[in-house]
Ligand binder design. Structure first.
Ligand SMILES: NC(=O)c1ccc[n+]([C@@H]2O[C@H](COP(=O)([O-])OP(=O)(O)OC[C@H]3O[C@@H](n4cnc5c(N)ncnc54)[C@H](O)[C@@H]3O)[C@@H](O)[C@H]2O)c1
Ligand SMILES: [Zn+2]
Length: 371
């Protein structure tokens, strides 16, 4: 088993990465000396696949789990679902020593983590991420939360898990489009801090698309190491942690103007990362050849890199970006790349440049329409 540690002192924890980990989940939880009562929060798609295996493992280790299954998808990541989940926890009599297991993708992880952060002013939780995106990104780092109508992740907390269990077997059932969407975050780690990882992805994309286990283990572990390293230096996003948002300013804007319907998160940030690379070329001198390599790698992963935006949609996108949490004093800040493997955060981008990049994206083609 590969393990990556997240060194946060008393809040530190381990990430386990291997195929076939789910049956051992209960034993791993035992070692953490957690209370007997627990809730496995999952969604209606994941529950029939891994719900029983998870509760069985917990029961076999002496725990008393209740399975709470919420509707699948981003639209369920809201305060209404949180309220309904609290009621289920209360009905099962969870108390201060009890814990939550988040079994699913990033939606379940963010939602269940937020429930754990707030129920009884905070109880322990364990992440069992079952999407590629969740294994390499959302399950690590302690950011939890839900969406409001006004925007994504506007209500939340920092609440670190006690353990993260990445069972690579669970990726087998992941729909192709979801898997590719997760690859957008994988590629992001190469761009923000590891040129060697980026080259490896260029070489091995076909094997990665075929979900080769040995490769996946190495790649997931490397991504977790990078995220862990960033989070350890800047747990609450005072500065450095912002680099994890490379491609996300435009990506979140796209998700918002399509009302979280048209794009998967990874697809939106794929387009966002290519646009951010173009901005980087203008503003930080990222070589044109590297912009091309970035675009080619997203294409090789089967992700969209272009966008057909009508003039009105462009306005809506700029407006949506203004509402992003990363805005400081009304100025949109970007993470931009100097080279593949090295980025700078908090870069101001003149509106003129942003406008031109969005216009270029449109004239380049219309691989994906915003609505
Ligand atoms: N907290 C963070 O730091 C952080 C970072 C990145 C993204 N996020 C959040 O993560 C969310 C996106 O996560 P996601 O892409 O995992 O989406 P998701 O949780 O909606 O999962 C995608 C779909 O796959 C299904 N699914 C999950 N695992 C499966 C499996 N093993 N087999 C078959 N189907 C499976 C789910 O039911 C869902 O329909 C967004 O809400 C985003 O804001 C959070
Ligand atoms: Zn992301």
């Amino acid at each position: 088993m590969r393990t990556v540690s997240v060194p946060l002192g008393a809040r530190g924890y381990t990430i386990q990465i291997e195929a076939g980990l789910l049956p051992g989940l209960g034993r791993s939880c035992r070692r953490l000396k957690l209370g007997r009562l627990c809730a496995v929060i999952t969604d209606q798609q994941v529950a029939p696949l891994y719900g029983e295996q998870t509760t069985n493992s917990l029961r076999a280790a002496g725990f008393d789990p209740v399975l709470v299954s919420v509707p699948a998808g981003e639209r369920a990541k809201n305060l209404q679902t949180v309220a309904e989940t609290y009621d289920r926890l209360a009905a099962h009599r969870l108390e201060r020593k009890s814990f939550v297991v988040a079994l699913g993708g990033g939606v379940v992880g963010d939602l269940a983590g937020f429930v754990a952060a707030t129920y009884l002013r905070g109880i322990d939780f364990v992440q069992v991420p079952t999407t590629l995106l969740a294994q390499v990104d959302s399950s690590v780092g302690g950011k939890v939360g839900v969406n409001l109508k006004a925007g994504k992740n506007l209500v939340g907390a920092f609440h670190q898990p006690r353990l993260v269990v990445c069972d690579l077997d669970t990726l087998e059932t992941l729909p192709e489009r979801e898997y590719r969407s997760g690859l957008a975050e994988v590629i992001k780690y190469g761009i923000i801090s590891d040129a060697a990882l980026f080259r490896r992805l260029e070489r091995e994309m076909p094997a990665l698309l075929a979900r080769n286990r040995r490769l996946l283990k190495g790649v997931v572990a490397r991504c977790c190491e990078i995220k862990s390293c960033v989070v350890a230096q800047d747990e609450q996003e005072g500065g450095l942690r912002a680099i994890l948002n490379y491609g996300h300013t435009i990506g979140h804007g796209l998700e918002a103007i399509s009302r979280y319907g048209r794009f998967l998160h990874g697809e939106a940030i794929s387009i966002g990362q290519v646009m951010a690379a173009r901005l980087s070329q203008r503003l930080l001198g990222l070589p044109a050849a590297e912009v091309d390599r970035i675009e080619r790698l997203f294409i090789a992963a089967g992700l969209p890199t272009k966008l057909g935006l009508r003039e009105a949609q462009k306005g809506a996108l700029l407006e949506a970006m203004q509402h992003d949490k990363k805005v400081v004093d009304a100025e949109i800040r970007f993470v931009l790349a100097e080279r593949i493997g090295r980025v700078r955060h908090s870069q101001a981008v003149p509106e003129r440049d942003l406008n031109e990049i969005l216009t270029t994206a449109r004239t380049h083609g219309s691989a994906a329409a915003a609505s």
